[in-house]
Design a protein around this ligand. Structure first.
Ligand code: BGC
Length: 692
């Protein structure tokens, strides 16, 4: 949806709605409302309530009533005590124009922390804020695989790898729903770009669909997500919201028991959509209002299908306790808290990736008496959040300049030079300042938004020239990137250090300072491959991206992200999984026993630090898989000299590939290669494993 909404009137209505909801829901004695007996399962309660509903009451639940107080609303039912369903974005915190909320780091920053526990806490904190605002369906997480680096919504994603995205999505869903809001996994499926998203038909082969684009949805479904949002695009010529193939896979193969809502305006029909498996039209009633009533009456849509839609919605509502509370929150509540602010900073810090650190240029030590902070992204226009439906209104942003100045303290001269005024004058001023300073830190960023992709992968404006000029003037030049995903770095060999902290939310300055000054070990790892050149990425023909005549071929198949770089033998600029620490780690003593892998990681440096060991599997050649795929990882905090034995158990699913001939999972037999290391490009230990 476009985010130009008037909020003031909405807030007033919201307060009223909130009150109405709170009064209607808990009323009624247990005898005439057996579904209020909390000793029963959500499923049993949903069946009991469904049995009490008229067909009109059922029809009222399967569509929204337009964008109002929340971005989606299904009014409550006072007769039966069904609470209103209030749907609200989004993946980085409460969005859609609400204020007094926490602007959390972007999901891609969270993903870069490679930390399921942090993902769970991220989900829980955002869930609590949604609930406080009166929303009970949280339109997140967004798990579309980062397929093309320019994708406008990459910042909302969990990166390019299905296993990493799935682990994090499952944890996040658990967190959201623990706070009593329904998680909505989106956008199902193959919504991997913004350009032409409402028309493009994705042609993806069945194996790739199951191995690359479905797994994160599957993981979130297995974690109990209550809702899934189908996407705008077509899949194989049929809109995702009326696609019997993909919706059938979701409900039958993955066993999804929650409901499928359409993306906003992504419903295109009544009978085909209803029979394919769409359960709710959002945000209005164009196809699932009167036309659905007619179709049910005529039998074109069986009554049983309508019952199933409603049952699915009710079951998810019961499962998170929507019927069992008295306080429903409302938009006027200030949902911020010290704990959420601290979490926002912790995630921003944990997701900051140290890409390059020549001659130990970082961390900045006490010896640095003057620091030139350069670039408008450092102060005047910090890139903290992304745009579109996921845009969160930050009540404040701790800018990078603020963070650095506060940490450096009064004994250090911290200057700010925007570097961007007309012509070369801005660059000249930055160069002058860099020359006079012990360290130069250039901030370079770009944000992106729902609705369109970035036009190319270059940093905007004069940033490349600015960085090169500053690097030539000061040998200790550090570049801090705030970007939604990959950018090109033509200056990478000229600078001492490169840090990527994505779109880190309102606490960005403190988090970046923590890492620059070494108060925190940089523990972020790349959730995507950075290529040296634009043509190095897998989808680089027009047929592959953005598509020709609204048809897009996912011709790279399984070779998305590092799978492509590995297969094509292209050295990435920075590999998937990469991220430096201020200490160093030794990997040793690999032991493979059945499907269990043990190894030892030792901190060989002088500082405490975080290692993120990653396990990749190479399938038997006959399986036709990419050279290696991530199957397990962990995070370890190690003191100087400390060693830790790590055990990673691979579940049966780790060895499966999709068998297109039989439309099911199969386990290729033979010898598997085990790769353990610090990134997909930094394998430290290898072994083999037999599957028979
Ligand atoms: C976006 C969804 C979002 C919805 C409601 C759509 O434009 O694609 O991600 O949840 O709007 O705002």
């Amino acid at each position: 949806m476009r985010r130009t909404r008037i909020r003031t009137a909405a807030v007033v209505t919201a307060v009223l709605t909130g009150i109405a909801t709170a009064v209607s829901a808990p009323a009624g004695a247990a005898s005439d409302r057996p579904w209020m007996n909390t000793a029963q399962s959500p499923d049993a309660r949903a069946h009991e309530l469904l049995a009490a509903m008229t067909v009109d009451e059922e029809l009222a639940m399967v569509h929204g009533t337009g964008v109002g107080t929340y971005v989606g609303v299904v009014p409550g039912n006072a007769r039966l005590g069904i609470p209103a369903i209030n749907l609200e974005d989004g993946p980085a915190g409460v969005a859609d124009g609400m204020t007094n909320v926490t602007a959390f780091p972007a999901p891609i920053t969270m993903a870069a922390a490679w930390d399921p526990d942090l993902a769970r806490r991220y989900g829980a904190a955002m869930g609590a804020e949604e609930r406080g605002k009166g929303a009970n369906v949280h339109l997140a997480p967004m798990v579309n695989i980062l397929r093309v680096p320019q994708g406008g919504r990459n910042w909302e994603s969990l990166g390019e790898d299905p296993y990493l995205a799935g682990r994090l999505a499952a944890a996040e869903v658990g967190g959201q729903q623990s706070e009593g809001v329904i998680a909505t996994v989106k956008h199902y499926a193959d919504n991997n770009q913004e350009n032409d998203r409402r028309n493009v038909s994705v042609q993806v082969d069945e194996r790739t669909q199951h191995e690359i684009y479905y797994p994160a949805f599957n993981a979130a479904v297995r974690a109990g997500a209550g809702a899934v949002m189908c996407s705008y695009n077509k899949i194989g010529g049929t809109y995702a919201c009326e696609n019997p193939g993909s919706l059938g896979d979701l409900k039958k193969q993955m066993g999804f028991r929650g409901w499928v809502m359409s993306d906003w305006g992504a419903t295109h029909s009544t009978v085909p959509a209803a029979t394919a498996g769409l359960d709710q039209e959002m945000p209005g009633a164009t196809y699932f209002g009167a036309p659905l009533a007619t179709a049910v009456q005529s039998g074109q849509v069986p009554r049983a299908r309508l019952d199933d839609m409603v049952l699915r919605i009710l079951r998810s509502m019961f499962a998170v306790g929507l019927f069992d509370r008295t306080d429903y929150g409302n938009p006027a509540v200030d949902v911020r808290s010290d704990a959420h602010t601290a979490l926002a900073r912790q995630i921003a810090e944990a997701g900051t990736v140290l890409l390059k650190n020549a001659h130990a240029a970082l961390p900045i030590t006490k010896a640095a008496k003057s620091i030139a902070v350069i670039g408008t992204d450092a102060k005047d226009k910090p890139q903290a959040v992304g745009g579109g439906s996921g845009h969160v209104i930050a009540s404040h942003v701790v800018t990078p300049y603020d963070g650095i100045a506060a940490r450096a303290g009064s004994g250090v001269d911290v200057t700010y030079t925007p570097g961007d005024s007309a012509g070369d004058a801005g660059i000249a001023a930055a160069v002058e300042q860099a020359k006079k300073s012990d360290v130069a830190v250039v901030f370079a960023g770009i944000t992106s938004s729902e609705g369109s992709d970035r036009t190319d992968l270059a940093l905007p404006g004069n940033l490349d020239q600015l960085i090169s000029a500053v690097a030539a003037a000061n040998p200790r030049t550090i570049v801090v990137l705030n970007t939604p995903a990959q950018v090109l770095m033509p200056w990478v060999d000229q600078v001492s250090g490169v840090v990527e902290s994505w779109l880190p939310g309102q606490e960005m300055g403190g988090a970046i300072a923590d890492v620059l000054f070494g108060d925190a070990d940089p523990s972020g790892r790349l959730p995507m491959t950075f290529g040296a050149k634009a043509v190095d990425y897998p989808a680089n023909t027009a047929e592959q991206y953005p598509g020709v005549n609204h048809v897009e071929q996912y011709a790279e198949g399984l070779n998305v992200g590092y799978r492509h770089f590995d297969r094509a033998g292209i050295a990435p600029l920075f590999p998937f999984g990469h991220g430096l620490s201020y200490t160093s780690f030794r990997y040793g003593k690999l032991a493979v026993d059945g499907h269990r892998v043990d190894f030892t990681v030792t901190n060989t440096g002088k500082r405490a630090g975080t290692a993120v060991p990653q396990l990749y599997l190479g399938f038997p050649t006959s399986a036709g898989e990419p050279p290696k795929s991530l199957k397990a990882f962990t995070r370890l905090n190690l003191k100087p000299g400390e060693s830790r034995r790590v055990t990673l158990n691979l579940p049966p699913g780790a060895f499966q590939v999709w068998d297109t001939a039989h439309h099911r999972w199969a386990t290729p037999k033979g010898t598997y290669h085990v790769y353990v290391g610090a990134s997909s490009g930094d394998v430290r230990l290898t072994g083999t494993m037999r599957v028979s």
